[in-house]
Design a protein around this ligand. Structure first.
Ligand SMILES: [Zn+2]
Length: 480
């Protein structure tokens, strides 16, 4: 049990104000999951300067200070979407007509990528991040590789696309870790030979890792990797398909220098493993390990098709794994070894990746449901473990370990899920977290606070007033 006001031992960040000082905000949650702890009732949550100052369960409604906001339902910490490609949102639905494979889906994705400009990407990403905010996401990890103009020509500011994403996140009220992605080759042929970049892929490439590093330097992260108060720099190796091992070192070096998260796609498809074996004589996980790319600050995305030794390598190095179960199902990737990875020592996080749907509650429960389908057993991951994957573990793998828990000193992110919706009616306080994780959806999220600021209230986004209209107007020209 988490004691009153004693949930966690974080140092408060920023200037500390008194409990009755200026700028203080208070919420009284009917039920709140206090991160890692139990669900508690009648929780008085106080914040100032964007940081929680006090968290006190069992406070009767009659004694809360004037101005305290009531929060019926279950209040959670902010959700972290640890893996996003914002422009993939354009493919929702349209790639479901007919059949195909991961690789035919990728061709459609390249068509959309070929049409984007900084202005149209800003409009699309703002709308997509607003959709995320409505679903309770307070921080997104954007795995960003669409760097350059048509034919690979750099924009006047070579980071124009990345800056559009940072601006989009600000305008949608979410924090962002811009995972600036090194992408150099067109893939590996089945026999392991490198393939040239296709015309669209030329937009992704800086030519070599040295020039990738120069462009990242021009993006201007400070010594802590911050790009803006809401934005932090991370780095990414697209995959062993797109970055030769000899070009990985500058990316790893940047991660060490800034203390920045390093992400990579890993073993999403068997064909990637086969080509990697043909090219380098070993698995993608071993190639990345050989480049120094594994460790507690690193996150491997998908990790679907692993050997026993790969799992030991990831777990033993405490490398985080980001599962994207809806995308992995939509693209027929397979079911990754989540239980074995967790047992080996890898923290698990979740992401909506291709945005076939944006619903982090769905992603989280599918980690357990996939495990059940693959093993024939129930209950490998309980609601607390799944909620941790969608909150504190996700924020940590994006370089925001100070977020994702409702404890004093943490970033003041709150997500409230109503329990009186058709899906959740009948939920009981004792199993409210189980109800929300195993039956809740993005549509049950009513209120979202990011860094102490209201972003969603009563199901309405306060910064992007009509999110469906914003999505429609951003998507239409891309699909024409
Ligand atoms: Zn991805």
């Amino acid at each position: 049990m988490t004691g009153p006001g004693a949930a966690g031992g974080r140092e408060a960040a920023g200037g500390r104000e008194g409990a009755t000082g200026p700028g203080i905000r208070r919420w009284h949650a009917e039920l709140a999951w206090l991160g890692r702890g139990d669900v508690r009732s009648r929780v008085l949550i106080e914040a100032s300067g964007g940081v929680f100052r006090a968290v006190t369960p069992d406070v009767p409604a009659e004694v809360v200070p004037p101005g305290t906001e009531r929060r019926p339902g279950l209040t959670l910490p902010g959700l972290a979407n640890a893996h996003s490609h914002a422009f993939h949102r354009a493919l929702r639905g349209i790639t479901e007509a007919g059949q195909g494979t991961f690789w035919t889906w990728r061709e459609r994705m390249y068509q959309v990528a070929g049409r984007l400009s900084p202005d149209s990407y800003l409009a699309l990403a703002r709308a997509v991040y607003a959709e995320m905010a409505l679903a309770g996401v307070t921080c997104v990890g954007e795995f960003h590789y669409l760097h350059h103009g048509p034919g690979g020509s750099p924009y006047p500011d070579p980071n124009e696309m990345g800056r559009a994403l940072i601006q989009a996140a600000a305008e949608a009220g979410v924090r962002i870790t811009l995972l600036d992605t090194c992408y150099l080759t067109g893939g590996l042929a089945p026999d392991g030979t490198p393939e040239p970049l296709s015309p669209v892929q030329q937009r992704f490439s800086d030519g070599d890792a040295g020039r990738w590093a120069d462009r990242l330097a021009a993006l201007g992260p400070d010594e802590h990797g911050m790009l803006a108060p809401h934005a932090r720099a991370g780095v990414a190796i697209h995959s062993v398909r797109a970055v030769p091992p000899g070009q990985m070192h500058p990316v790893v070096e940047w991660s060490h220098r800034l203390g920045a998260p390093l992400h990579a796609h890993l073993s999403e498809q068997p064909a990637e493993n086969d080509a990697c074996l043909a090219a380098y004589g070993t698995t993608p996980a071993r190639v990345l390990d050989g480049a120094g790319a594994l460790g507690p600050r690193s996150t491997m995305v998908h990790a679907t098709h692993l050997t026993h030794h790969d799992i030991e390598l990831l777990g033993g190095s405490r490398t985080c794994v980001c599962l994207c179960p809806t995308t992995e199902a939509f693209l027929a990737d397979g079911i990754g070894p989540a239980g074995s990875l967790a047992a080996a020592g890898s923290p698990l996080t979740v992401g909506s990746d291709s945005h076939a749907v944006i619903d982090l509650l769905d992603e989280a429960r599918r980690v357990e449901l996939g495990e059940r389908l693959a093993s024939g057993r129930r209950g490998r991951f309980g609601a607390v473990a799944l909620a941790e994957a969608a909150t504190v573990a996700g924020h940590t793998c994006l370089g925001w370990p100070e977020a994702g828990e409702i404890v004093p000193g943490a970033v003041a992110d709150l997500v409230t899920v109503r329990l009186d919706t058709p899906r959740l009616a009948g939920a009981t306080p004792a199993t409210a977290l189980e109800s929300v994780i195993f039956a809740g959806t993005a549509a049950d999220v009513t209120d979202v606070v990011t860094g102490g600021r209201d972003v969603v209230r009563n199901g309405q986004h306060l910064l992007v007033p009509d999110v469906p209209a914003a999505l429609t107007s951003a998507l239409r020209p891309l699909l024409a």
